[in-house]
Structures are given as structure tokens and as C-alpha cells.
Write a protein that binds this ligand. Sequence first.
Ligand code: ADP
Length: 266
Amino acid sequence: MSVFTGVKRIVVKVGTSTLTHQTGLLNLRRIEVLVKMLSDLKNAGMELILVSSGAIGVGVGELGLKEKPSDTPTKQACAAIGQCELMYIYDKLFSEYNHKVAQILLTKDVVEQPHRKENVQNTFNRLLDMNVIPVVNENDTVSVEEIEFGDNDTLAAVVGKLVDADLLIMLSDIDGLYDKNPRQFSDAKLIPHVEKITEEIRALAGGKGSSLGTGGMITKLNAAQIAMDAGFPMILLNGQHPDLLYDLYDGKEVGTLFGRLKGSVC
Ligand code: ADP
């Protein structure tokens, strides 16, 4: 059974390590493939919301900085620069396939206040009615600790909840969840399906994979938990090969599925 059976509304999250080279500059070839795959899913009748990281990393690359800054004003300035570049690329590439994008920048307080939450839900719904692909990021230029989601894995799951998604696809720099950190253990084995996030599953998660990565596996498990609690599954896939989305569409078993597929009985 394809994971897309009975699925209409999908949130796709893409991480910095998928979008950029080690230099911090955009990995255009990969983004082009990703945009093509997503455009095809849209053409097949899905509603898409893209949660994209990468603003700070791209800003760092644009400015030619040697490394990610540690101070807040420089980080926020990099995010402001990088977010423009990211949206420019998405707008340009999606328009090649006749799809429109819109930018939504969120902070945690927006989803915590009922009135503001309803407003943003209405905006998402209207954009989807208009056949537009919302591209979401944390509003890094204004976010301070009290109002930040902290990581885009959580943000993606929260957005999934906000829009009542049918599926969350998490594109990372790894094929899925392994029984131990595959960067440290060459004999690590991929776990194709996780029904429940137990303490044993949490214990498998190590830190992030690269200097560009943010949360590591633990934030992906947290996101999966939010998704499963809200009643939709999450699939963790390797974003370095965005064409895996075709395999997924064709019903092949790729990545790690968290929770149950729509319409599955067991
Ligand atoms: P991204 O930027 O794509 O979101 P992260 O670096 O934040 O990626 O998280 C993915 C990384 O988590 C992997 O590259 C891997 O090094 C690390 N990791 C730790 N434990 C595990 C595990 N049990 N299975 C898979 N990856 C793991």
C-alpha cells in the first residue's frame, strides 16, 4: 500500500543539510529535484505545505562567513538574508512547474494564543484553497527563547497539527531511524516501522549528523510523537535523495514510518 493512499494534506520538512552544501551555499541540484518531486505530488492532487530550514545557513553562505555565528544579532541578520534567498529560489523553481508559493513565518506564541492560532489556520486553509504551497519557517529574525519552537522538526509537526495534516514527511540527512547512530556504528540497522515511541526507541537517538544539522534524531522522535498524538503518521526519509519520494509514491518501503498509515487496519 502506498503511504499516499487516502492522503490529501502533506507537510514536508526539509533540513539545512539537505538544502545546502558544506559551504552553506544552496545545493541547487538537490533543491531542483526536490521541487520537481513536490510539484509532481501536487499535480497528483495533494495539498502541500513545505517547512524549510536553511535560512541561517544560507545567510552564512551568502555573507561568506567561515562558520555559523554564535551571537543572536548576527544569527538573526543571517536568517533575514538567507530567508530571502531561499524564498527567491523556491518561487523561481516552483513557478517553472506552474506552482505558486507563499511565505509563512511563525513564532510559538502565535500557535499558543487561540485567536492568533485561528487566524493563521485560516491563512493556511485559504492558501491551500488557492492552490498555493505555503513555505513555512520559524521567524528566526525575531525569535528569542521565550517564543521559539527551537527546532524545525517540532515546527513541522506543530504545523501538521495546525493544518490537520494527513501525513508528515521529514527529509533528513539519513535514511531513517537506525538501531544505533549509523555515523558511529557501521553495523547499525534501519528500523522500517515504529508503532510507538517508547523509552527504548528514545534511547537509540544520538546527536546531530553534521555541523549544518540542528536537532539530531531526538527532535525527529519528538516530532513523530506530536504527529502520532495528533493522529497522523510521519515518515523519515533521506533528503539527499529527494527522488525517494517517487519510491514512496510507488508503494516501496523506504525510510522509517512512525505510526499508522491512513486506512491501514493492523
Ligand atoms: P537534519 O539537518 O537533516 O535534520 P540532523 O543532523 O539534525 O539532520 O539529524 C540527523 C542525524 O541524527 C543523522 O545524520 C545521524 O547522525 C544522527 N543520529 C543519531 N542517532 C541516530 C539513529 N539512531 N538513527 C539515525 N540517525 C541518528
